[in-house]
Design a protein around this ligand. Structure first.
Ligand code: FE
Length: 429
């Protein structure tokens, strides 16, 4: 079974990445940052984790207010460094531990946390700023990650209590993972700081000190604080501290602190700490029970013939094809699909099997392969055939025979008026 070895608490300010990229290791201003991370780096090397679970927040880089969610779990297999306006940092992409992530996803949802999930999104300094000083990465990153992105920038934001409770569920999720993985948790976020308004530049080192003491010894006291109380003591942006609470909730009540540092070079208090987990591992029986509970909602679904639940395995495994077909909502992509299909499929690096299924409009084959129906109805609209064509094909029937099984013999699709006309013509209506 997987084990939580320990946890790292760290700021994620861009200054860390800036100092690293500028080779400022020996610059007296920046040296304390590197001194703080050296022991953590050594600790990580010694513990040799198989996966890092990192809680961070995006800074309106890859996640914008057109769709903003509180708890967003990365379930993909690889993540690139994001361009935050000044070009990307020169860092290699990092592997995701997709299998562990998807196991955690099922568990958290079973515990009634309404998670959202991402893949194919770049990670910004919230994640890569600390990672770049925690691990050597010239030849690629040594350890895969599971990122949990938290929407802390647009209120309402989850309470510290909610994050703490999510941490408890995370602990059970990790401990019930069937492989013997060693997992390290990383909670990111600065302590006292405020970067906006006339109050910007606010810091409170004595409060930071007390906060880290409470975090270590009496974390539940912190779950009683509101965001306003937190902002009063630590500055508005320090409310991102709640990300640390997810991590603390996943650890044993007592922890062994092996490192702690504090440095305030500019706007944000850079705190680092390392805690070893003293939890008793979950028994094999309890782990099996936890897994069964996490999978209960879909238990038995495999007995339904001709039914393909679109779960995270399917979503991640066939993301490229679904994205290619989803893109049919864009007029230029649609036009290329109709007029220049082969070069378009080449450009998207579709596999030969995927190209063949699309060329032959093999609706059933596409479904079985991993396309969700709702991209197929878009493709049908573009191809000028109705949803009923797709249904009939999936059932292995002619349109006419399928129509006989319906109360009304109608055809329709999801296109606009133009597409609708084509659909009716193709059905001979
Ligand atoms: Fe931040």
């Amino acid at each position: 079974m997987a084990r939580i070895v320990g946890a790292i608490a760290t700021s994620h300010t861009p200054t860390i990445g800036f100092a690293f990229d500028g080779n400022k290791q020996n610059d007296p201003v920046w040296k304390p940052i590197f001194d703080a991370y050296e022991p953590i780096k050594a600790w990580l090397k010694e513990k040799k984790p198989d996966a890092l679970f990192i809680v961070y927040n995006d800074h309106i880089t890859s996640f914008f207010f057109d769709h903003y969610s509180p708890f967003v779990l990365g379930v993909g297999e690889e993540y690139k460094v994001a361009d935050e306006g000044g070009g990307r940092r020169n860092l290699p992409p990092i592997k995701g531990h997709g299998k562990l992530a998807r196991h955690i996803a099922n568990h958290l949802v079973a515990d009634e946390f309404d998670m959202s999930f991402f893949q194919d999104k770049d990670l910004d300094h919230g994640c890569f700023s600390p990672l770049s000083v925690l691990m050597d990465h010239d030849k690629g990153w040594p350890t895969p990650i599971v990122p949990l992105q938290m929407g802390v920038l647009q209120f309402p934001v989850p309470s510290a209590k909610r994050c703490w409770n999510l941490g408890k569920s995370l602990r059970a999720a990790i401990e019930s993972y069937p492989e013997d993985l060693r997992v390290v948790l990383i909670g990111t976020g600065g302590l006292s700081h405020q970067v906006h308004g006339e109050r910007c530049g606010f810091n409170n080192p004595p409060w930071d000190e007390k906060l880290v003491d409470l975090y270590e010894n009496d974390p539940e006291a912190l779950t009683r604080m509101t965001h306003a109380q937190h902002a009063t003591l630590g500055g508005m942006e320090s409310s991102e501290f709640i990300m640390w609470m997810v991590v603390r909730g996943a650890l044993s009540a007592q922890v062994k602190r092996v490192h702690r540092s504090y440095y305030l070079p500019s706007m944000t208090a850079i705190v680092t700490a390392v805690y070893e987990n003293l939890a008793e591992p979950m028994s094999a029986e309890d782990a099996a029970r936890e897994r069964a509970r996490a999978n209960r909602q879909l238990e038995g679904i495999e007995k339904l013939e001709g039914t393909y639940p679109f779960d995270l395995e399917r979503s991640v495994g066939h993301y490229r094809l679904n994205k290619f077909l989803h893109e049919l909502v864009v007029p230029e992509h649609r036009a290329a699909f109709i007029n220049d299909l082969e070069p378009l499929m080449e450009k998207w690096e579709l596999s030969e099997q995927e190209r063949d299924l699309i060329r032959r409009r093999d609706w059933r084959g596409l479904m079985q392969y991993g396309a969700i129906f709702f991209v197929l109805e878009k493709m049908a609209a573009v191809c000028g055939v109705s949803n009923l064509h797709v249904y009939a094909h999936m059932r292995g029937q002619t349109l006419e025979d399928f129509q006989k099984t319906r109360n009304a013999q109608v055809v329709y699709g999801v296109g606009g008026q133009e597409a609708q006309k084509k659909v009716e013509e193709s059905a001979g209506a």
